[in-house]
Design a protein around this ligand. Structure first.
Ligand code: ADP
Ligand code: MG
Length: 216
C-alpha cells in the first residue's frame, strides 16, 4: 500500500488511541516508579478525547484529521507529554497535501518533521531517556523501509519494532531531562514511560492500517 485515505488513517488512529487507553495501568505503574505518576492518566485523558473526536467527525484530508487530532491532544492532556505528543501531530503538517489520501513518502516526512519539532521544543536528545529514544530510531526505520518497500504497513511495522528496541535501551539510561531526572540511578533498570507510549502508538497505527487494508 503506497497511500492511505483519510478514513483509513482515521481508523488507524482510532485503533492506536484505544491501545493507549488500555495501557493506562502499565504507564501509570512505570511513571509512578520513575516519574510523578501522571503519565498514564494524562495519556488516557488525551486519547479518550481523541477517540471521541475521531468517532464523531468526518475529515476532508489527512491534514485536517491530523491537525484536529494534535490540537485535541494539546488541549486535553496535561504534563510535558501533552505538548510533546501534540507537537508530533502538528510539527510536520506542512509535509502534507490537501488531498483525500496521504502517500507513504508524505507520511514518513510528516513523522520525521514531527520528531524534529519535539527535539526543538523539549531540548532533549538521544540517550536522555525520553520518548525521543523511541521516536528517533522509529523515524530512521521508517526512512529505511520507505526506500526498501514503500509500503505503509511495512513502514509502520518497522517503526514499531524500532521503537520497542528503543524502549529496551532506555532501561540502561540515566534520565537527563524531565521529572525523572531527579530519580537519577533509581531510574536505571526501568524503561521511560513516554518511550513506551510511543511504541504503543506505533503498534496501534500499524495494526490499524493492517485491519483497514484487510477491509475490517
Ligand atoms: P510530566 O513529566 O510533566 O509529568 P508526563 O508524565 O506526561 O509529563 O510525561 C513524561 C514523559 O515525557 C517522559 O517519560 C518522557 O518520555 C517525556 N519527556 C519529558 N520531558 C521531555 C523532553 N524535554 N523531551 C522529550 N520527551 C520528554
Ligand atoms: Mg509524569
Amino acid at each position: 500500500m503506497d497511500k492511505i485515505t483519510t478514513d483509513g488513517l482515521r481508523m488507524a488512529l482510532l485503533c492506536a488511541a484505544r491501545q493507549i487507553i488500555k495501557s493506562e495501568p502499565y504507564l501509570t505503574e512505570i511513571d509512578t516508579i520513575i516519574g510523578d505518576g501522571d503519565h498514564g492518566s494524562g495519556m488516557k485523558t488525551g486519547f479518550s478525547a481523541l477517540e471521541e473526536l475521531l468517532m464523531g467527525q468526518q475529515f476532508q484530508s489527512p491534514y485536517e484529521l491530523l491537525h484536529a487530532s494534535g490540537l485535541c491532544l494539546v488541549r486535553t492532556m496535561g504534563g510535558a507529554s501533552g505538548v510533546l505528543f501534540g507537537t508530533l501531530f502538528i510539527g510536520g503538517l506542512d509535509q502534507l497535501q490537501h488531498t483525500d489520501w496521504v502517500t507513504a513518502q508524505e507520511l514518513v516526512s510528516f513523522l520525521e518533521k514531527g520528531v524534529k519539532a519535539i527535539q526543538t521544543r523539549g531540548r532533549a536528545g538521544p540517550g536522555d531517556k525520553t520518548m525521543l529514544d523511541a521516536l528517533l530510531p522509529a523515524a530512521k526505520a521508517m526512512t529505511d523501509e520507505l526506500e526498501r518497500s514503500g509500503d505503509i504497513s511495512g513502514i509502520l511495522r518497522e517503526a514499531h519494532l524500532a521503537a520497542l528496541e528503543g524502549v529496551e535501551k532506555t532501561k540502561a539510561m540515566l534520565p537527563r531531562t524531565g521529572r525523572s531526572k531527579n530519580f537519577r540511578e533509581k531510574a536505571i533498570g526501568y524503561p521511560d514511560p513516554g518511550a513506551i507510549s510511543v511504541s504503543i502508538l506505533l503498534q496501534g497505527l500499524s495494526e490499524g492500517v493492517e485491519q483497514f487494508s484487510r477491509g475490517e
